[in-house]
Write a protein that binds this ligand. Sequence first.
Ligand SMILES: *Cc1c(COP(=O)(O)O)cnc(C)c1O
Length: 459
Amino acid sequence: MNQRMHRHDDRLFDLISNHVHEQLHSDDIALDCPDSGEDLGEVLDGLLCASGNDPEHVLKLYQRELSRTIINQASPRFLSFIPGAPTKAAQLFDMVVSSDALLGTFWLESAGVIAAENQVLRLIADLAGLPATAGGCFVSGGSAGNLSALVVARDIARRRLGLPVGSRLRVAVSDQAHSSVGSTLNVIGVEALVVPSVDHRFTGAALRAALEDDRDPSPVIAVVATAGTTNAGIIDDLAGIADAAEAHDLWFHVDAAYGGAGLFAHSVRRKFDGIERADSFIVDSHKWLFGPFGSGALIYRDPQVARSVHSQVAPYLDGVQTHAGQSKWNPSDYAHHLTRTPGGMPLWFSLAVHGTDAYRSAIESGISIAKETADLIRAEYPHLEVIRDPELSCLLFRRHGWSAGDYYRWSKELLADEIGFILPTTWENEVVGRFAFVHPGTTIEMVRQVLDSTTEPAS
Ligand SMILES: *Cc1c(COP(=O)(O)O)cnc(C)c1O
C-alpha cells in the first residue's frame, strides 16, 4: 500500500514518545563523554536500502551507536562555545511544530504562526527600544541574520549612491567581530574596513578615526557592532558607534547573537544603550534565550526597506501577495530564505508559559555565576588568574605555568570524566581557559569541580 508511510502507526508512535519521555523527564542532564565515532561508517553501512528497516532497529541504532558520539548540548556542564540550554517547554513545543507541520513562510498559509512569532519579535524590539514600526522574522541563526541584514545594507547603499552591481563597497567591522561577519562579507562580495578595537571593544572614536584616516575611494556603507563578543562577552560602544554611523551615513547593524539576551537583565541593560538606534540587529534564540537549535531573531528598524530587497517574485507566488489581507506579513520578505520552519514558535510558547520574569532571572543567573566564578578564582585559586571582569556570562582565566598543550589535555580529561566540556580559547595570542555560562542549572559546585581539577598535573 503506497500510503503506508503517511499512516499513523501506534508502535512507531510509542517508540518515539518513550524515547522522548526518557530524554526529557530527567532534570539531571549528564554531559556524556563522546566516543570519537571512528566506526560510524560501518554502523550506518547498508541502512538506507530499498526495503527499509524495522523502526525499533533503527531507533536502537540511533540510541546505541549514534548517541554515544554526541555531547549533550543541554547539559549544565556544557560550558564551551556559546551553549544552548533549551527549556522543556521550548523542546516540547518544538515537537508540536513538527506534529502540526507548521510552516512560516507566508501569512496566507500560516497567519497564526507568524502573528505569534511577531509577538516575540515585538517583545525583543521593545526591550531594545526600537520604534513600533520595527519588525523582521526568525531565521536559522546568527549567521543567517547577519547575512540577511547586510544584504539589505549593501543594496540600500547601492541604490542611494547610484552604484552598479559589482562596484566595490566596504563595511566597517572591528577586529573582534564574529567569524560569521567575515563569512557574510565574503558571500555578499563586500570588503571589510577592519577597525582596531580598544581593549577588545569597538568604540565610536576608533570608528571615526578609521573613517577619517581612510584613503580608499570605495565607500564604507555600514558598520557592524557586537553586543556581547563570543569569546569574552564584551559589549561594544553602541552609542558611540551609532553617532559615528549617523555622521557618516552608515547602516548600523548590531550582532547581538549571543549577548542580546542580556536586554532582559536589569543588571546589564544599560551596557546596551545605543542599540535602540540600530538599523538592524540579531539575537539568537538558540543561545541565551533557551530556544531549541536553529533559530535566531532578525529585526529591522524599517522593515519596508528589507522587504524592498528580499521579496521574491515568481509566478507561483503571485497568490501570496494578492490573497492575504491588510495585516499580511511574509517572513520570506525579510531574509534570504523562502520555505522556513517557524523557529520562533518554541520560544513563543516557552515565553508565554513561563513569563518574562522567569527569563530575566534565568539570564541574570548566567551573569551572576560568571561573577561568582571570578570571585572564587581570586579568593581561593592563587595559581589561576581572572583575565578580565566578566561583562556578561563568559569568563576567561589563565592557569599559571600551563602551556597550550596543558590546557588541551586538561580539557580532554574534564570531558572524559564528565565534569565539564570546556574548550580553551585564545586571548592576545595566548591559550587560556574559558567558561561560557548559559544554563541556569550550572552550579558553583560544578564550577568548583572544574577549578579544582586545575591543581592536578595537567599531563
Ligand atoms: C554565535 C554567534 C554568531 C553566529 O550565530 P549562529 O546562530 O551560530 O549562526 C554570530 N555572532 C555572534 C556574536 C555569535 O555569538
